[in-house]
Design a protein around this ligand. Structure first.
Ligand SMILES: [Zn+2]
Length: 215
């Protein structure tokens, strides 16, 4: 394992400051979380993008959110096969074992994954050889079909970011245990889109089928 390096000192220092400060201040809560187990209220599915900070947006504490991040906050269609399904495993564990009451899909502006899908679909980005990102972002292709008629490119990409959230919600309902829990009132699904530059948070409105600002 010679290829594994020690952690950069700056991170060691930052960890030690956290342990001596914020951690110690809430030590009893952490001990309770350790002994009693987690009971998060919500599963958050957000993008890996370093600018998307779900715990910061909602001021959440340790133990509140069960969080899954993947490129472009996608939910793949429900599929049972021999392939490893990380996102589907998270959804199953959150709903069936943790019995969470909310699933929040959190999309965002300037999403590189969405842009990748857009440019692949338009042919602006040539596809050469196998790419995990290409394959992953195929999940969003049905979303592109819904926005391809939009002539302005920036508007089309923004619409695709929103469409990705809607598609994720639709795909969630394809999981039998999600559909069952939603229909019996035990689980609520929420769609959000976050604008990185100005902090605006928009929510999917089931009446208008559009997004409304919560700011
Ligand atoms: Zn993203």
């Amino acid at each position: 394992m010679e290829y594994v390096s020690p952690l950069p000192q700056v991170l060691v220092d930052r960890y030690r400051r956290w342990k001596a400060g914020p951690f110690i201040e809430r030590q009893i809560e952490h001990e309770m979380l350790a002994s009693q187990g987690q009971k998060p209220e919500a599963l958050v599915i957000s993008c890996c993008d370093s600018r998307v900070h779900a715990t910061s947006i909602f001021g959440s504490e340790t133990g509140e959110f069960f969080i899954h991040r993947n490129i472009a906050n996608m939910v793949p269609p429900f599929t049972v096969d021999e392939v490893h399904h990380g996102t589907s495993a998270v959804i199953e564990f959150a709903v069936m074992t943790l019995e969470i009451n909310h699933i929040i899909v959190l999309g965002h502006s300037q999403c590189g994954g969405v842009r990748h899908c857009h440019d692949t679909c338009t042919g602006e980005k040539p596809v050469a050889g196998y790419s995990f990102v290409d394959d992953w972002m195929e999940i969003l292709r049905p979303g592109y079909e819904r926005v391809r008629h939009i002539t302005d490119k920036a508007e089309r990409i923004r619409a695709l970011e929103h469409a990705g959230v809607v598609l994720a919600l639709e795909n969630l309902m394809g999981f039998p245990f999600v559909e069952h829990s939603v229909n019996n009132g035990a689980l609520q699904l929420h769609g959000l889109w976050h604008s990185i530059g100005d902090g605006v948070l928009e929510m999917y409105d089931r009446k208008t089928h559009g997004f409304v600002s919560l700011a």
